[in-house]
Design a protein around this ligand. Structure first.
Ligand code: ADP
Ligand code: MG
Length: 383
């Protein structure tokens, strides 16, 4: 397809108003674009920085029409945006990236795994579970396993570890007997992610691999580049590239992978948007994942994904805003901001809550050890 580029000064639309959208809106504004956000929450992180905010549900046709009349291109910032909303926008001639089909595939864990397999990439052994009968049929070699709801799971929610058939039946009941995937529990050596971008011309840009650590199911620390051998890094990036091409995807896509104890790589899930593990691309790469999202949706050449500083990113959860008496306080910003090479990003969320992503810190340095040292110092000062 040879769409003319959408040049700076034009409007770009965004479905969703979270922090990923906020950083997208900031990158777009830096490049001279005007951003219009469709988002039901009046105080959403992206809504308050965008030039225009249509405050309505994502499925509101009048709101979508208004967005379509203003914006020649629309993107999204969370995976559960209704695919129909993207379809509706596309029917009005809007260039949507990602397209409804890509979003639909990534919204269902079973379809997602089937798709990844069709791109000849390895996935964990898994089964579709739709009924108690399906649970009964599972052979003992599948356990221990994780039962995951096929839809709407995130940050480890909607998942239960099961060790046998009895536990599986009760977990299935607990998850409301909704469509589920049963996945064999694998021996993980590391969890990594690869962010890639693709434009309509089919140009692809792949970032260095990130190494990720979660706490209570939520990403806590992300190290770029990942501390894995060169071969694994190369293979992980090749898998991400194969997937983004096979999906005929336009925009930014994150592929989460497991590195197993035996060195094998397994693709776990896809996120059709910039990813939490890629926040460090803002401060550590030539072109951030958010600028890349702007370039991809506007049919411009992609930027360089080259990493110019080593980085360690720390998520800042709402927990840091509570003292030992559960009273709300402001973290000690002055002391952490004294660390050289530390960049503070806050999302403007007024109400801290335990587990709520309030911001992140990126520590950059010329060596991996130094970046890690700074991050550890920051964590201590904040903790
Ligand atoms: P979410 O959408 O909640 O991120 P994931 O599928 O990524 O769901 O699972 C959350 C976490 O659970 C992963 O980051 C990983 O630590 C662990 N996990 C998921 N699947 C497996 C598996 N098959 N084997 C071992 N650990 C797993
Ligand atoms: Mg995940």
């Amino acid at each position: 397809m040879t769409d003319k580029p959408i040049l700076p000064g034009s409007w770009l639309g965004l479905l969703g108003g979270g922090q990923l959208g906020r950083m997208f809106a900031q990158a777009a504004a830096t490049m001279g674009y005007r951003v219009c956000v469709l988002e039901p929450d009046p105080n959403a992180p992206a809504a308050v920085v965008a030039e225009k905010h249509i405050c309505a549900p994502y499925t509101d046709e009048k709101a979508l029409e208004e967005l379509a009349s203003l914006c020649p291109a629309v993107t999204t910032e969370f995976e559960n945006v209704p695919a129909q909303a993207l379809e509706f926008l596309a029917s009005k001639g809007v260039r949507t990236s990602p397209c409804a089909n890509a979003v639909r595939v990534t919204q269902d864990r079973f379809d997602e795994k089937s798709f990844i397999r069709s791109a000849l990439c390895p996935v964990a052994p898994h089964l579709l579970i739709l009924s108690d009968h399906d649970c009964e049929e599972v052979t003992p070699d599948y356990f221990p396993a994780i039962l995951k709801t096929a839809r709407l799971g995130y940050d480890g929610k909607g998942q239960i570890t099961v060790n046998d058939k009895r536990e599986l039946l009760s977990a299935f009941e607990k998850l409301g007997r909704v469509r589920c995937v049963l996945e064999k529990r694998l021996p993980l050596f590391k969890e990594v992610s690869v962010i890639a971008a693709r434009n309509r011309k089919g140009e692809v840009s792949v970032y260095p691999v990130c190494e990720n650590y979660h706490r209570n199911g939520i990403l806590a620390v992300s190290i770029m580049p990942a501390r894995v051998d060169e071969e694994s890094a190369k293979n992980a990036r090749a898998i991400a590239e194969r997937i983004i091409n096979k999906l005929d995807y336009v925009g930014v896509l994150c592929t989460e992978l497991f590195v197993l104890a035996n060195g094998q790589l397994v693709a776990n899930e896809l996120a059709p948007r910039p990813h939490n593990s890629g926040h460090a691309t803002i401060d550590a790469c030539v072109c951030s994942q958010y600028e890349q999202q702007v370039r991809a949706m506007a049919d411009l050449p992609l930027g360089s994904s080259e990493q110019i500083s080593k980085s360690v990113m720390l998520n800042l959860l709402g927990d840091l805003w509570f003292d030992e008496n559960e009273e709300i306080r402001e973290p000690h910003w002055e002391s952490v901001l004294d660390i050289p090479g530390l960049k503070l990003h806050l999302y403007g969320k007024k109400q801290p809550r335990h587990g709520r992503k309030m911001g992140h810190i990126t520590c950059i340095a010329s060596s991996e050890e130094e970046a890690m040292f700074k991050a550890q110092m920051a964590a201590r000062l904040l903790g």
